[in-house]
Design a protein around this ligand. Structure first.
Ligand code: CAA
Length: 452
């Protein structure tokens, strides 16, 4: 079996930002620390008037193709992962392919295209499909283009409003990848749940508190399932543990649970025993409630230990740096978390080649997937070539009243005319609807004088 995985990436953020502690909190009458510390998001990325899942996906993909000096003829398949689709039949990948074909000489006629759906998990599932296609030898030597693109908007006033985000990540999946290779082994935790869903509606129905518990339960099952095929995991075996990040506070909960699970019966559990005891085992208790209470006490102690806090600072904190700046990107979130960890290591000058990442993806409804990735020798230059930090810094900062207007613009139930806050410059834009109610796009060339 050949090595296959992520060869190159590019990222496109929605061009507007909402400052949660300084703009959102005062209007909501809430403490800014709720967003900075509790939820963990400082800014949400939001799309400008002329942006949507197609423009953001096509813009990320164009940056990727240009950087890699590739054209449509070089790509074997395009899979788009999204939970913000606007068409139940025509896949978003066809719209994105159409955009790209308008600016390149070759086309994607030969390329298989699809749209993957399983809430936020589908970005990872699309990579999986590309991985399997390569391993089956059906790819004719060509890479796959996987694009995770979402406008993660909630109903105004929904508790999820503080976790919104919008952006796209385009990933080239290939043999002998430059960034990470993907393990053959995987673990799943899957169950029929109604925690977060969009039954033919734009904004989600969310049972927020329950969704947190469902995330943790499925993630725990996926880890146990992964270990059943790949053997016991140890927390120090991984340079970073990128999780799906609806908001960093969620990852804080998942990380503690994952750490507790992976230190069981290890030297770390033994070393901590004199301080916080050993982990309670279910068979030592007469009732679930006694066991749960004892486990809560153990977890409270574990969270305070130096061992856990160091592990969290090294292995988890670097994965959530960009989520703090952009909010939830649904299908792209776990891929932003991986990028965040690698970007942080590159900036710190760490040597990661050959190191492993434990990647935890999640989709409501619900399913978690866990696999391992191995960082490749060329990872650093591939990560340093991504231009995400610059585009983040140039987002337009919305006032609350502007935020209300842009939310209405992207609300399919409302008809609102608003002037764009930014100028399109060397990018695809949404221009309106065609005769069959299809969405229409065009490319706006870069203004002369701006860097290419
Ligand atoms: N200072 C410091 N921390 C504070 C604070 C303050 N002043 N005020 C509140 N906090 C803390 C709270 O203690 C809490 O932390 P803990 O859970 O660790 O105790 C945190 O900030 C959030 O506060 P609340 O629980 O009061 O926040 P909320 O009820 O307004 O919203 C939520 C939380 C229900 C999860 C909401 O954000 C939501 O519905 N989000 C959408 C659903 C979601 O993201 N679910 C995650 C799992 S599902 C998934 O992953 C799929 C997906 O992408 C959607």
């Amino acid at each position: 079996m050949s090595r296959a995985g992520i060869d190159a990436i590019e990222i496109w953020t929605g061009k507007l930002q909402l400052d949660l502690p300084r703009t959102f909190a005062p209007v909501k009458g809430s403490d800014p620390q709720k967003y900075l510390k509790g939820i963990g998001i400082e800014y949400s990325s939001l799309p400008d008037v002329y942006e949507d899942i197609v423009t953001m996906g096509a813009n990320a993909a164009k940056q990727l193709l240009d950087k890699e000096e590739l054209a449509p003829a070089d790509i074997g398949r395009i899979d788009v992962a999204t939970e913000s689709s606007f068409d139940n039949s025509k896949p978003v990948s066809t719209y994105i392919a159409g955009c790209l074909e308008s600016v390149y000489e070759s086309n994607f006629t030969h390329a298989n295209k699809g749209e993957r759906k399983f809430a936020c998990l589908s970005g990872t599932q699309a990579i999986d499909d590309a991985y399997n296609w390569i391993q089956a030898g059906r790819h004719r030597g060509k890479p796959a283009l996987v694009i995770a693109t979402d406008t993660a908007l909630y109903e105004r006033g929904d508790p999820g409003e503080a976790t919104q985000g919008a952006g796209a990540i385009a990933m080239l999946i290939d043999e002998d990848p430059d960034i990470v290779s993907i393990s053959h082994s995987q673990g799943y935790g899957s169950a029929d749940e109604t925690d977060f869903l969009k039954p033919n509606q734009q904004f989600p129905s969310v049972d927020g508190k329950r969704s947190v518990q469902v995330y943790l339960a499925r993630m725990r099952e996926a880890l146990a399932d992964y270990e059943s095929v790949a053997g016991k995991t140890h927390p120090d075996a991984f340079a970073a543990v990128p999780f799906h990040t609806p908001f960093p506070g969620m990852v804080r909960k998942a990380a503690l649970l994952g750490y507790r699970h992976t230190i069981r019966n290890t030297d770390i559990e033994d070393d901590l025993a004199s301080d916080i005891g050993t982990q309670p085992r279910r068979n030592e208790f007469d009732s679930n409630s006694e066991f749960d209470a004892e486990m809560r006490t153990y977890m409270d102690g574990l969270k305070q230990t130096e061992a856990y806090q160091e592990w969290y600072a090294d292995r988890i904190e670097p994965t959530i740096q960009f989520a703090r700046q952009v909010g939830n990107w649904y299908t792209g979130s776990v891929h932003i978390a991986r990028y965040s960890a690698l970007h942080s290591a590159a900036t710190a000058g760490d040597s990661l080649s050959g190191e492993q990442l434990l990647v935890g993806s999640y989709g409501s409804g619900a399913e978690a997937e866990i696999h391992v990735e191995t960082v490749q020798p060329n990872w650093k230059s591939a990560i340093e070539s991504v231009t995400f930090a610059e585009s983040l810094a140039s987002r337009y900062d919305l006032s609350f009243e502007e935020y209300e207007r842009i939310h209405d613009v992207h609300n399919a139930q409302k008809e609102t005319e608003v002037e764009p806050f930014t100028n399109p410059d060397g990018e695809f834009i949404f221009t309106g609807w065609g005769r069959m109610n299809e969405r229409r796009y065009e490319y706006r060339p870069r203004q002369s004088g701006n860097a290419s």
